[in-house]
Design a protein around this ligand. Sequence first.
Ligand code: NI
Length: 238
Amino acid sequence: MALLGATSAASCSATTGAEPQAQSPSQSASEQVDCSVQRCVALTFDDGPDQFTDELLDTLKATETPATFFLIGSKVQKLPGTLQRMAAEGHQIGSHTWDHSDITKLSAQQLKQQLDRTDAAIKKATGQSPSVFRPPLGHHDKAHNQLVPYPLVLWDIHTHDGRLKNSEKIVKVTMDTVQPGSIVLMHDPRKTTVQAIPEMVSQLRAKGYTPVTVDQLFTGEMENSVVYSSAPHDPAQQ
Ligand code: NI
């Protein structure tokens, strides 16, 4: 037992020394998750970054909860510090167009501009490009999807947080409908949404759920231009 303990302590400190980001709570939590056997759920936040995003990042850090953010490019340049933090703390970053455009109403050239400008803004702030895309309003069609050089991520749980504006109800909608592989749609510019997260995470964990990024939910196996609304799951997991 002593030998095992010494070995794991040595490898742990070696990892920490070599890779400072491994100290991040969400990073270390993400390394251990296997969504093929665990009950995973992806919490996703659209339309930021905004005034409450840092408060949300505080909560996610304190609860060791990785999340995925679908960002509006024109807002990214206003809050580069928030973006740097989001990336450094292990969250997944996605694009949500430059100005929340309905992509089905755009020409191919307009769509490319929306995506390229957003990619450049995110890359300037974080050093990395977005890895996934969520079409504003969920509007998409086959012709436009083929022009999107990212996986298109929708959701199976719409919390209606913009309409409800009530933290308890946002938690209840989620808990009433969540299942392994779910993707939960929320909006971090909403204060009541950000305030709902501590209780939501607590209740999800009490039910055996592990919050993960979208990438983890699909174990990294997503294809560009393909639409995803939830991850497949074994009914036996229920
Ligand atoms: Ni949106």
